[in-house]
Design a protein around this ligand. Structure first.
Ligand code: ARG
Length: 403
């Protein structure tokens, strides 16, 4: 494919500025657009300064006029224009335009990068904030790093499957739902936030209040526990409220994704609850294969590679003593599903480094179960922990293992 028709970027920008001059002030039509490379943007135009005298206007006024006219310049030539100083225009071109230039010079749309991934089915698990909780800066990092990976691997020819493993399940929802039912005036829905910045922000606050009530009032605590049971049993009213909380939170996250310009869409939302119906089977298989064993009334997988400070093998919790399932169990069902049903050949999990042991144990168990074979690669893409203003890590639901 040839690109001989692609004008140098400077010429494209100059043409757009010339056109803006012609349109705004026909009396100076054909004047030099005075476009140069700039250290403040991609290019700058000094046309307003050069022409102001002839036009008998203030350079900054004319610069503003040109900037407005440039707003209707072709999108592929100009991304943004900013006024600066006495009448300069700082002009940025779209990334695509730079791409086209390089591609034209190389005569290769792929810029010499081969599609080495060759359709490899690659699950990228990223972002994964927790429903009814504020997204924190750690979630911002997984969102950006994961999205970058998804884009690069896609360009390299992989069949990328984005998975947003939202934290949408756990006992904390019983408490929150009970509290919301007892406080029908609480405002948390996006169309009536009562001053909160988003539904998750409002819900996060309400959850903290509910938590305090739970600790202070044994009767509320009992009602909240009963609500957890109702949620797990699929009680219609409780499920409906849960769905509403999830939908409102997902909307709030989507607003953030839109602002960030990441690829994630609602179709990529596959939260923890999605795996609920698969947990029993997953556990059965681990028990039958002799991998999961009883320990103190709980069901665990003892690691064959990692020992704790006491030199004992570290356990992965498959079923808690109270019969509940948590983050570990869900991730076992998840990896089984991604390899079995999604036919993934590579699994990438983007979270901060504190979850390194968790993933190491999940991968080990999946290998022993025969789900994770030589043909599949699993990797935890870890990044450094983001600390809060108190110097402590931001809490994530994963660490509390409370669900
Ligand atoms: N929701 C979790 C957190 O906020 C991250 C989930 C990562 N993905 C996974 N499959 N465990 O820490």
């Amino acid at each position: 494919m040839t690109h001989s028709g692609v004008l140098p970027l400077l010429d494209q920008v100059a043409a757009a500025v010339s056109d803006a001059i012609d349109r705004t002030r026909p009396e100076t039509a054909g004047a030099d657009p005075v476009v140069r490379r700039s250290t403040h943007a991609d290019f700058q135009s000094n046309a307003a300064l050069a022409l102001a005298k002839r036009l008998k206007v203030r350079p900054s006024d004319y610069a503003a006029e040109l900037a407005t006219a440039l707003a209707s310049a072709p999108e592929e030539a100009i991304r943004s224009v900013e006024l600066s100083g006495p009448g300069f225009l700082n002009i940025t071109v779209p990334d695509r335009a730079v791409w086209r230039q390089v591609a034209a010079r190389l005569g290769d749309d792929r810029l010499g990068v081969a599609a080495t991934e060759d359709g490899r089915r690659t699950v990228v698990d990223y972002s994964a904030p927790n429903i009814a909780k504020e997204m924190h800066v750690g979630h911002l990092r997984t969102t950006i790093i994961g999205d970058s990976l998804a884009r690069v691997l896609d360009f390299l020819g992989a069949r990328v499957i984005r998975q947003n493993h939202l934290g949408d399940w756990g006992t904390q929802f019983g408490m929150l739902i009970q509290y919301l039912d007892e406080h029908p005036d609480a405002r948390w829905r996006h169309d009536d936030l009562g001053g909160a910045t988003s539904a998750v922000s409002a819900l996060d606050g309400l959850y903290k209040t509910a938590r305090a009530a739970f600790d202070a009032d044994p009767e509320f605590a009992d009602r909240a526990r009963a609500r957890v049971v109702a949620l797990q049993a699929g009680d219609p009213a409780t499920s409906a409220r849960w769905s509403e909380i999830v939908a409102e939170s997902e909307k709030a996250f989507r607003d953030i994704y839109d602002r960030l310009g990441v690829l994630l869409t609602p179709d990529d939302n596959v939260g923890e609850s999605f795996y609920n119906p698969m947990l029993a089977d997953t556990i059965d298989e681990l028990v039958t294969k002799g991998i999961a064993v009883e320990s103190d009334g709980a069901l665990v997988v003892f690691s064959e590679t990692v020992t704790g400070p006491d030199d004992e093998p570290v356990p992965l919790m498959v079923r808690k003593r109270d019969g509940g399932y948590g983050y570990d169990t869900t991730d076992l069902a998840t990896i089984r599903y991604r390899i079995g049903a999604l036919r993934a050949e590579r699994l990438l999990y983007v979270t901060d480094s504190r979850q390194a042991l968790h993933f190491q144990l999940v991968f080990e168990t999946a290998r022993r179960a025969g789900w994770l074979t030589e043909a599949v690669e699993a990797e935890h893409i870890a990044y450094g922990t983001v600390l809060g203003p108190d110097g402590k890590p931001f809490k994530t639901r994963a660490l509390s293992h409370s669900s």
